[in-house]
Design a protein around this ligand. Structure first.
Ligand code: CP
Ligand code: NVA
Length: 303
């Protein structure tokens, strides 16, 4: 099988590719806003496989594909053979013979890696337990729109060292900014999971992480797949809430980001997420624009 380009982790792309995607996303967004067509994916089919719930990821990929002249097929574990034990390798062989690109939201990264190995077409990670690369594409694109380059900036991650946090870490290495992480004890980033420690800083006190930050960001305390730990996590994470006091210790013009869905009163207060420093709605919208650029790049290369 010819070598196919996949997007399973943010660092599957190099800095040139990421820069191209951000530039192209800006053009695609501008076209969309001015009712100009970007029909570069006419007759192409995206298959989306969801083993976990989603609002933004499904909507942005499905709408994005339609807006580029292509179409999409939604599969979930509940009513496809995927939930009845068909090997992921077999599913990949079949699905990739009937489509042009596949997006998967699943549990272990290993599942998507195995799918990709057996796929004839590009595979995109729509979230795994380990990573959420499409989210971070949108987050960085949003920051660039608001403030310009993210290089050398200070990003504070408050809360769980989950899939979104670990993808921010890859972004910090690729794009050369600092990621300051504060998690409760027992939930720290595992150093064995990171390639380089140059851009990574760990803090016991979340206020130290947030101090002078350009971005303060967080996510739910309990990610999908970890629901049985919810009660324990509610107690463990109680001091890792982004509130006004935390935003006040960050830079004056700091931005608040959250991949959504959010739990007001848990990881963030309503005052912050609904306040003037929050850019969460732009961040959600930009999933659409960057993923259109991503689909186009994987299928057609640079335009
Ligand atoms: N942020 C994000 O991926 O949202 P969904 O779970 O709604 O897709
Ligand atoms: N960390 C969250 C992100 C949801 C978009 C989860 O995995 O559930």
């Amino acid at each position: 099988m010819a070598k196919v380009k996949h997007f399973l982790k943010l660092n599957d792309f190099n800095i040139d590719e990421l820069s191209y995607l951000f530039e192209r996303a800006a053009v695609i967004k501008e076209n969309y806003k001015s009712y100009k067509k970007t029909w570069t994916l006419e007759d192409r089919t995206l298959v989306m496989i969801f083993e976990k719930a989603s609002t933004r990821t499904r909507l942005s990929f499905e709408a994005g594909m339609n807006q580029m002249g292509g179409s999409s097929v939604y599969l979930n574990t509940r009513d496809s053979q995927l939930g009845r034990g068909e090997p992921v390798e077999d599913a990949a062989q079949v699905i990739s013979r009937m489509s042009d690109v596949v997006m998967i939201r699943t549990y272990e990264q290993d599942i998507i890696e195995r799918f990709a190995k057996n796929s004839r077409v590009p595979v995109i990670n729509g979230l795994t337990n380990e990573f959420h690369p499409c989210q971070i594409l949108a987050d960085i694109f949003t920051y660039i729109e608001k403030r310009g380059t993210i290089k050398s900036k200070k990003v504070a991650w408050i809360g769980d060292s989950n899939n979104v946090c670990m993808t921010w870490l890859q972004a910090a290495e690729l794009l050369d900014f600092e990621l300051h992480v504060s998690t409760p004890k027992g939930y720290e980033v595992q150093l064995k999971d990171i390639d380089s420690k140059n851009n990574f800083f760990q803090h016991e006190d979340p206020m130290d992480a947030a101090k002078n930050a350009d971005i303060v960001t967080t996510d739910v305390w309990t990610s999908m797949g970890f629901e049985s730990e919810n009660n324990e996590r509610l107690k463990d994470f109680a001091n890792w809430q982004v509130d006004k006091k935390m935003m006040d210790i960050a830079k004056k013009d700091a931005l608040f980001m959250h991949c959504l869905p959010a739990h007001r009163g848990e990881e963030v207060t309503g005052e912050v997420i609904d306040g003037p420093q929050s850019i969460v709605w732009e961040e959600a919208e930009n999933r659409l624009h960057v993923q259109k650029a991503l689909l186009e790049y994987l299928l057609l290369g640079k335009q």
